[in-house]
Ligand binder design. Structure first.
Ligand SMILES: Nc1ncnc2c1ncn2[C@@H]1O[C@H](COP(=O)(O)OP(=O)(O)OP(=O)(O)O)[C@@H](O)[C@H]1O
Ligand SMILES: [Mg+2]
Length: 229
């Protein structure tokens, strides 16, 4: 099957005053449609740097990155933003919901510029909220929802535009173990329905809920050996 994401020999350096600090070293990664991949590594290993590049929030210093046929190095800022909006649905540790908007309004937000009529946007948002198990909480504000429910709203918001990849950065980091496990069950369901998921985490137990794990350590990426799990 054709890969949807292909990184070859990616390096990323940050300029710190007169120094250049390389934090990703020759990273190569291929992801095929329908995969559920986790990137596992300790603090400072380069996870957020990887996430920013995968999510087209930042560009590599060298190496090539193709996402759904787009050569990321060839794009200007505006084109990069377009690819990001179309291809990537983001889920963050701290949910990032707008506090004065209901669950439904939060989910509808990414569709505002879609050109779809309001009734259609609302229907799509309602359907996806039902899908994540929040059919009875659509009118609640974020502070009227539990942490796990807020993360479900954020997941619904990430999915409503039908992105190619769901990209999650420590999605269970702010949740207790049981609630985190429920969010992982939802990810597994979403993946079973065909969605490609890339999840970044420092938590081995959470990482192993994915079907494939790659390790990142000091900016080097290695495929995990799953044979002894
Ligand atoms: N904007 C920046 N400028 C300079 N150095 C940076 C910058 N962002 C990250 N770094 C450095 O790059 C390395 C990797 O950082 P990164 O944020 O990717 O780690 P991480 O794995 O996400 O860590 P954590 O789990 O703590 O979030 C670290 O040594 C960090 O200090
Ligand atoms: Mg980080």
């Amino acid at each position: 099957m054709a890969e949807i994401l292909s990184m070859k020999n990616i390096c990323k350096s940050y300029i710190m005053g007169a120094e250049e600090l390389e934090v990703l070293h020759n990273v190569s990664l291929s992801v095929e449609p329908g995969e559920f991949l986790s990137i596992l590594g300790p603090s400072g290993s380069g996870k957020s740097t990887m996430m920013n590049i995968i999510g087209c929030l930042d560009v590599p210093t060298s190496g090539t990155y193709h996402l759904s046929g787009n050569d990321i190095n060839q794009l200007n800022e505006i084109e990069l933003a377009k690819v990001r909006n179309k291809e990537i649905g983001f889920v963050f540790q701290s949910f990032h919901l707008l506090p004065r908007m209901t669950a439904l309004q939060n989910v509808e937000l990414p569709l505002i510029y879609s050109g779809l009529p309001h009734s259609r946007r609302q229907k799509l948002s309602e359907d996806i909220l039902v899908r994540v198990g929040l059919g009875d909480k659509m009118g609640n504000l974020p502070n009227q929802l539990s942490g796990g429910q807020q993360q479900r709203v954020a997941i619904a918001r990430a999915l409503v535009t039908e992105p190619t990849i769901l990209l999650a950065d420590e999605p269970t980091g702010a949740l207790d173990q049981k609630t985190g496990a429920q969010v992982m069950e939802l990810f597994e369901e979403i993946n079973r329905d065909g969605k490609t998921i890339i999840m970044i985490t420092h938590d081995t137990g959470i990482a192993q809920r994915a079907r494939r794990v790659v390790n990142i350590l000091d900016g080097y990426l290695t495929e995990a050996d799953s044979s002894n799990w």
